[in-house]
Structure formats: C-alpha cells, structure tokens
Design a protein around this ligand. Structure first.
Ligand code: PMP
Length: 306
C-alpha cells in the first residue's frame, strides 16, 4: 500500500490547526538547509462501533522522543497533547470509506549546527484505501543501508530516506514499487519503508535492528501475534541467499501492514500461507474485528448521530 499524492485542507502546525497553504517554513530553517527533522508514520482505522482508532500512538510518540534525543532536537510536548493534536486533525479530515495515514514530523527551525535548537511539530494526514494490500514484486537493491555510526537507521529522520529515494528510483526502472536493501556486510537490512520478514521451515525470521533496520512497531506487533498463533518467531541476521531459498517473504510496516512478496528478482513465490494468516490477523486486530492485546488503539469516539 502506498499513499497517493493528496493535498488535505488542514494540517496541524505551530501548535494549532492551520490551512494547508498557511503551513510554510522560512528558507533559513534547519529543516530546509540541512533537512533536519524526525518523523513518525501512523495509521488509523475505522472500528466496528463507529469510532476511529489510531494504532500504537504511544509507541510512535516514544520512538519520536528517542529519535529527537539522538538528533539533539528539543521535543517537550506531552503524550496527551500529542494525542489531542492527532485527534483534532484526523476528525477534521476523515471520511467514512477510507482509513488514514498520519505523518507526524518534528522539524528543526532555529539552531545553527545544533546550538539553541528550536522545533515545530507538524501533522499531515492522508486517506488510504480500506482492506488488505495486494502482494508485491520486489528485488534486491544495489544501494546499501548506512551503518549506525554513519547515519543511524534507528533514527526515523528524512535524511535516512535519501537511500529510500535512490532505491525507489532504481526499483521503478526494474518494475518494483518496493525494494530490499542490504547492509554494508551484504546481509538483509530492510525495505524502503518497511521491514523484511522471511519464513523458513515454518518459522518467521527477521533481521534485528543492529543489522540496519528501523526499530519497527509493526514487527513488534507481529512478534506478539505469532506468539498467540503458535508460529515460531526469531530475530537473527539474514543472508542474501536466504531470500532466494525462503519459503515466504513479506514486508511489515505501519503503512504496508503485512504484505507478502509475490516474486523476488523475477523468481516467483507461489504461496504465502503463513504471511497470509498473519496479515489477516493483523488487519482484524487493527480494525477492531478481532482485537489483540498487542494492538493498542487511541480512539476518537464515534460522532453522535443527529
Ligand atoms: N523501516 C523503514 C525504513 C520504515 O520507513 C518503516 C516504516 N515506518 C519501517 C521499517 C517499519 O516501521 P513501523 O513498523 O514502525 O512502521
């Protein structure tokens, strides 16, 4: 699943709801000059009782705090204020036939080379289709994930996504919307906007974060789902050739949810029974059809009918 370009009417900017056109930055800001920001991508789903549930909001807030800390960016908003801002924006923009993806971005404003930094939290929210995403064709990119000591992928900052841009461009030329990135040791790191999972002999395996992945909230949820589905789950390094012999491959992330891979570099993967089952269970949990303790929802209550 990817986001089609949209221009919503409202954004959250500078502590309040603003019109899209009015949310602008000065050219001198660190966000513009050095691309300084940390961000989160969150997903919200309509629930059976008419409320709207944003998945794992607290975990996203906590990860944003960690990213901001590593980047020496001040972020002193409380969780309650962060949640209120999400609820305000989403309830202005949601429509009954679409779920939503929210991008929460903490931009750097003042702060030459990290001195006396100031930041501004901006939320933008976009409509996404309902239902499970289609399996995808993918390939291994020629680009590599930078090591922790060069550009820490544990930080969710746009700077890290320059490589995602390279691999999206490379993938487009090869007919793939998603690509797999290796780390500098040529083992599997992650996708351009998601983590990589494989199945071997009935076990779900994914590289740990020190192999070059974001500390994924979805993978943590999948781990808990696997536990209750009695599917073995392991975090360990994954070599490139293991992709070729894997029984199944899938991407996992907030936006992609759990999306099975249909082919790798032209080699078909005919069936994905384990990832199909996990993808269904994930969707049932986030849409409230079959709740699961691994999926916490920050709920915007249903609007009273008039
Ligand atoms: N890796 C990258 C590079 C990502 O952009 C994402 C999406 N945020 C993920 C992994 C998956 O993280 P999460 O499950 O927290 O969305």
């Amino acid at each position: 699943m990817s986001i089609q370009l949209q221009k919503p009417k409202y954004v959250y900017y500078g502590g309040k709801i603003s019109l899209w056109e009015e949310a602008v930055f000065h050219i001198s800001h660190e966000a513009v000059i050095r691309g300084l920001n940390v961000f989160e991508g969150l997903k919200g789903y309509w629930q059976p009782d008419g409320s709207f549930g944003i998945v794992a909001l607290r975990r996203h807030y906590d990860r944003m705090l960690r990213s901001a800390k590593i980047m020496h960016m001040p972020f002193d908003m409380s969780y309650e204020a962060f949640e209120k801002a999400h609820h305000e924006l989403v309830s202005l923009l949601y429509t009954p036939d679409r779920n939503m993806w929210v991008r929460a971005t903490l931009y750097g404003e003042e702060g030459h080379w990290g001195e006396n930094s100031t930041t501004n939290l901006v939320l933008t929210a976009y409509h996404t289709p309902m239902g499970r995403s289609e399996p995808v064709d993918t390939g291994v990119s020629t680009w590599k994930r930078a090591p922790d000591i060069a550009l820490p992928c544990r930080v969710k900052t746009s700077t890290n996504y320059q490589v995602a841009r390279f691999i999206k461009i490379e993938g487009r030329g090869r007919g793939y919307s998603e690509m797999i990135l290796l780390n500098c040791e040529n083992r599997v790191a992650e996708g351009n906007g998601s983590c990589v999972l494989i199945v071997r002999d009935g076990k779900v395996i994914t590289p740990p974060s020190w192999e070059g992945t974001l500390e994924s909230i979805t993978v943590n949820i999948v781990e808990e789902l696997c536990f209750s589905m009695c599917i073995p789950f392991e975090r360990r390094p994954v070599e490139r050739t293991e992709l070729l012999i894997a029984d199944e491959i899938a991407f996992a992330g907030t936006l992609m949810e759990v999306t099975p891979v249909r082919s790798l570099d032209g080699q078909p993967i005919l069936q994905s029974p384990i990832f199909d089952a996990i993808a269904d269970r994930y969707l049932k949990a986030v849409t409230g059809i079959d709740p699961h303790p691994a999926v916490s929802l920050s709920r915007i209550p249903a609007k009273p009918s008039v």
